[in-house]
Design a protein. Structure first.
Length: 327
């Protein structure tokens, strides 16, 4: 025991000569973009994809005005994107407060209440109603259910506005346009995003989708995200991705790829069309359908929109309103 105690100071001295954890994380994210990083579900994920996820989270933190020394809660999962997020947070010297993922919404909500972080980094599937209530507790106490669908108000020091996409003129409350942001950590200039949004008279922000993914069907603007959210309300649908396909008469029409929950049979197309009509105008009903084992994804595990369009482009015309099973 005595020998071990004498050796300990020497061991600690050696540790100080090693690169810091922050430096190691930053160096890892700067590795060649095409260099393989992680083998996940029989597919190699490259360092470039991990870096893209880390940079996206860091940009979101900056745009939201999260102070550099503010604590960030992190719900980790066994996925490449989670590792990318963790490396990015470490590289930016964020104070990380880990939350165990495999517990109930109520348990995660209790952890958030106790930790009181400035931000939460988690997969969308881990953010249930009880967690959302904690994240927006003060606003919810004041407004109750009157602002359902809003992502909240701008954080202190951050400015938001909605502008006309063509003229750049600021729009009045409750009018959809492109979101622009002033984030103190980035600079004093307005930064235009690709988010379609509106800000109501009480300064609540509502995100409506992405401008670069809008589908124009016979002059009507459709947001893929709106159709995707509606499809996922169906009990059989685990995940949905919608894209626009060229149409000689209408310009574009929506097409939907669907991943089903395990043990669910594929619903009839007519039933899905009825489901969409119950929530959205008839113009939003997809005209092409695919049931897939998994959605095509990019290296950063987002839906690959180009690959999605290719799936529909390869369908024969006679299957336009039917189901084509891709396995």
């Amino acid at each position: 025991m005595a020998d071990q105690r004498r050796a300990l100071p020497q061991y600690r001295a050696m540790e100080t000569d090693h690169p810091s954890l922050r430096a190691l994380a930053a160096a890892a994210l700067q590795r060649p973009a095409d260099q393989a990083a992680i083998l996940y579900e029989d597919e190699w994920i490259a360092w470039g994809a991990l870096r893209a996820v880390a940079e996206e989270i860091d940009a979101a933190m900056d745009a939201s005005g999260i102070a550099a020394d503010a604590p960030v809660a992190f719900v980790a999962r066994n996925r490449p994107a989670a590792l990318a997020a963790l490396l990015g947070l470490i590289a930016q010297e964020r104070t990380i407060r880990m939350i165990y993922a495999f517990q109930s919404d109520a348990a995660i909500a209790r952890d958030l209440t106790r930790m009181a972080p400035a931000a939460l980094v988690a997969f969308a599937e881990d953010i249930g109603p009880e967690i959302r209530a904690v994240l927006t507790a003060a606003l919810h106490a004041e407004w109750r259910s009157r602002k359902i669908g809003s992502v909240g108000r701008a954080m202190p020091g951050v400015e938001l506005r909605v502008v006309d996409p063509d003229s750049g003129v600021p729009l009045p409350p409750d009018t959809e346009g492109l979101l622009e942001v002033i984030a103190p950590r980035i600079g004093p200039e307005w930064i235009r995003t690709s988010d379609i949004a509106l800000i109501d008279a009480d300064d609540f922000l509502f995100l409506r989708g992405r401008a670069d993914g809008a589908i124009i069907r016979g002059g009507f603007k459709l947001l893929p995200e709106s159709i995707e959210r509606t499809l996922m309300l169906h009990p059989a649908v685990a995940e949905a991705a919608v894209t626009g396909m060229a149409d000689h008469r209408l310009g574009q029409v929506p097409a939907a790829a669907i991943r089903l929950h395990a043990d669910f049979a594929a619903p009839a197309i007519a039933a899905l069309e009825t489901h969409v009509r119950q929530h959205l105008p008839a113009t939003h009903v997809p005209v092409k359908w695919l049931f897939v084992r998994d959605l095509p994804r990019t290296a950063s595990l987002k839906t690959d929109r180009r690959a999605l369009q290719a799936l529909f482009a390869n369908m024969s015309p006679e299957t336009q309103n039917e189901t084509e099973n891709i396995t």
